[in-house]
Design a protein around this ligand. Sequence first.
Ligand code: ADP
Ligand code: MG
Length: 378
Amino acid sequence: MIAPGATLGLLGGGQLGRMFTVAARTLGYRVTVLDPDPMSPAAEFATGHLNTAYTHPVSLAELAQTCAAVTTEFENAPAEALLALAERTVVRPSGNAVAVAQDRSREKGFIAAHGLPVGPWADIRAESDFDAALAKVRLPAILKTARFGYDGKGQAAIASRADLGRVFAEWKRVPCVLEERLALELEVSVILARAADGSVEVFPVAENRHTRGILDLTIAPARIPAALAAEAKALATRLANALDYVGVLAVEMFVAGGKLLVNEIAPRPHNSGHYTIDACRTSQFEQQVRVLCGLPLGDPTLHTPAVMVNLLGDIWGAGEPRWEAVLRHPGAHLHLYGKREARPGRKMGHVTVCEPDAGRALEVALAIRRDLGVAESA
Ligand code: ADP
Ligand code: MG
């Protein structure tokens, strides 16, 4: 067990890293952030900031030497950097698990190979893959780059074979996956922590609403039958066991035709788990600290129903939003990530509304969205 007072290393310094850093500092750890952004949201709370590229050998050597353990907050943290660090210090999750999660093709292959449900998909590496892919995946479909996509980026709608050829060429033939566009009834996510001894604690299943490929709203607990929620938790646990995963893992799932399909995994806390900070006995970020340091896992029980609203840069159109719209609600918790520049689609903060009555939480969250001028989705 790594006791408080030790220094923890963090690869990546965005908002997820910021909330990890707050949790770690609260528990009495020091945190060194490695992030090329001089204005890194996590570095604001950290005790140290290595302000270089993620693969910089001098920074990696310093992390390895000064940190009792290292974790990551984004899936594009170079798996090689994690594997190199693992030779000299504790790294959780492992570079190998991160490598699976950061490549959609490997990810889908892994999910399918372990008998977990996944929608129709096919690898696209060259034009010569088109025939086989279109035999497996019905149109309309979605083409996704295998790597570096997030928040709906690196995705294109494909209505015809001609679309597929055009988009694949426009993307300079980078490796892609083609996925059938499913009629989604609902999207849910399961976040869990798995410790080095294989023990697992699972957060409540969350229901997620996306707008233009970006998470908009999370409702916890998800409004699904108890049996489906139990199945979602079991699927996520099987996946974590199969990966021999140590850390916090998020599993995004679709509900289509009343059935669960795994969409993607994230080797870290997840935007849809931000509600755990205000609504669970242990947050996903404290859980990340606990797993990393070998502390007993915390209790993920929800103590109050919650609804989380993402605050994207779009609502800064006319200057700083009027925060009274949030702060006047006694059950609302405002979280801002300290980002200086508000761009459309950029995650600037979130609000979690906690109310003993789940319906009331949703009502207040929707009122806050409206008062802040968040564009209405579906
Ligand atoms: P990322 O979150 O990395 O941008 P996702 O694969 O999760 O990529 O896609 C973002 C969102 O787009 C999903 O949450 C879902 O709303 C929608 N989406 C993605 N794939 C499909 C699909 N095969 N069918 C229907 N909707 C999809
Ligand atoms: Mg996603």
